[in-house]
Ligand binder design. Structure first.
Ligand SMILES: Nc1nc2c(ncn2[C@@H]2O[C@H](COP(=O)(O)OP(=O)(O)OP(=O)(O)O)[C@@H](O)[C@H]2O)c(=O)[nH]1
Ligand SMILES: [Mg+2]
Length: 298
């Protein structure tokens, strides 16, 4: 049997579980996840190597309609995600089966109609519904677009993920692997660290704060054999947000730092000395030149 290999883009509206799926597939935490929508800002590659195939997944930021994009950053993020539709062998549209077809889903399907690619539909979060609740939604999606496969899954519990993987391999082209088999992502460690810090901000801060923060890792140095020194700056958009992020007597920033350190240590497998600073980069989400600091792929 010949080896198969290809690129698969994972798209969908925010919060449907794309990053959760990519983590499950690679068996490692490479993409941050949160209960809040619009968590992912960059396209992240997750590599899964089987005996007979290698799939390179592209986790993309959640797509909203352009009219809903509030800032130049939002528009930039959507453009990134839509770019994820080109240059891949296959596309998986992920939807949340606990809610009806949304305007965003329809917007994405319209985009899919303009490109000739194999598209799977992954109906995620089946752990939250009863089986008979799926039928009418399934039918509705079937009427919307000629999906090559429709697979109900739970990215959180791992339900039907092996079926999804197996079906994808069937459609992939014969091609040698693109990456070494021990690699799960090509994301640089600095970016991964910045993302893990951002995940803690999404978990701990409220309202606009997580969306207003840009994390930049300035120093990443091996100080001892098992100790890495990391210095990161958390940029906010306004002076008032600085105080909120630091918290009363520094409580919030301390909590972000402590929990992030634990996550980074677990991921990198060594001790971390983490130093966080908070600074203001006025209105950075409106300024294109600051997007390059967002990190990978920009
Ligand atoms: N119950 C349940 N929850 C899930 C499942 N998959 C993901 N979630 C939850 O849904 C939320 C969003 O998950 P993410 O993986 O961050 O979603 P995303 O599509 O990457 O979101 P964006 O990056 O904002 O586009 C998190 O709270 C996950 O724990 C699932 O199969 N079942
Ligand atoms: Mg995501």
């Amino acid at each position: 049997m010949k080896f198969k290999s290809g690129f698969v883009s994972l798209i969908g509206r925010p919060n449907v579980g794309k990053s959760t799926l990519i983590n499950y597939l690679v068996g490692d935490k490479i993409a941050i996840v949160s209960e809040k929508p619009q968590t992912t800002r960059n396209v992240i590659r997750g590599i899964v190597t089987f005996e007979e195939a290698q799939i390179v997944f592209l986790d993309t930021p959640g797509i909203v309609r352009l009219s809903q994009a509030k800032t130049p950053l939002d528009r930039h993020i959507i453009e990134q995600a839509l770019r994820g539709l080109g240059g891949v062998d296959m596309i998986v549209l992920m939807v949340d089966c606990t809610s009806p077809i949304s305007e965003e889903d329809k917007f994405i399907v319209e985009k899919l109609k303009t490109i000739e690619k194999i598209v799977f539909l992954a109906m995620n979060k089946i752990d939250k519904i009863k089986e008979n609740q799926l039928r009418s939604l399934w039918q509705a999606y079937e009427n919307l677009f000629p999906f090559a496969r429709i697979i109900p899954i739970s990215a959180k519990k791992g339900t039907n993920i092996s079926i999804l993987g197996g079906e994808m391999i069937r459609y992939l082209p014969v091609h040698p692997p693109y990456y070494s088999s021990d690699l799960v992502t090509d994301q640089p460690e600095r970016i991964l660290v910045a993302e893990l810090i951002r995940e803690r901000i999404f978990a701990l801060a409220h309202q606009e704060i997580p969306y207003s923060v840009l994390v930049k890792v300035n120093q990443f140095e091996q100080r001892k054999e098992d100790l890495i020194y990391v210095q990161a700056t958390l940029y906010v958009e306004h002076r008032s947000q600085k105080g909120i992020l630091i918290g009363r007597a520094g409580k919030m920033i301390k909590m972000i730092g402590e929990t992030a350190r634990g996550q980074i240590e677990e991921r990198l497998g060594c001790r971390i000395y983490l130093e966080l600073r908070v600074a203001v980069k006025k209105g950075w989400r409106r300024r294109k030149e600051s997007f390059k600091d967002l990190g990978y792929g920009l």
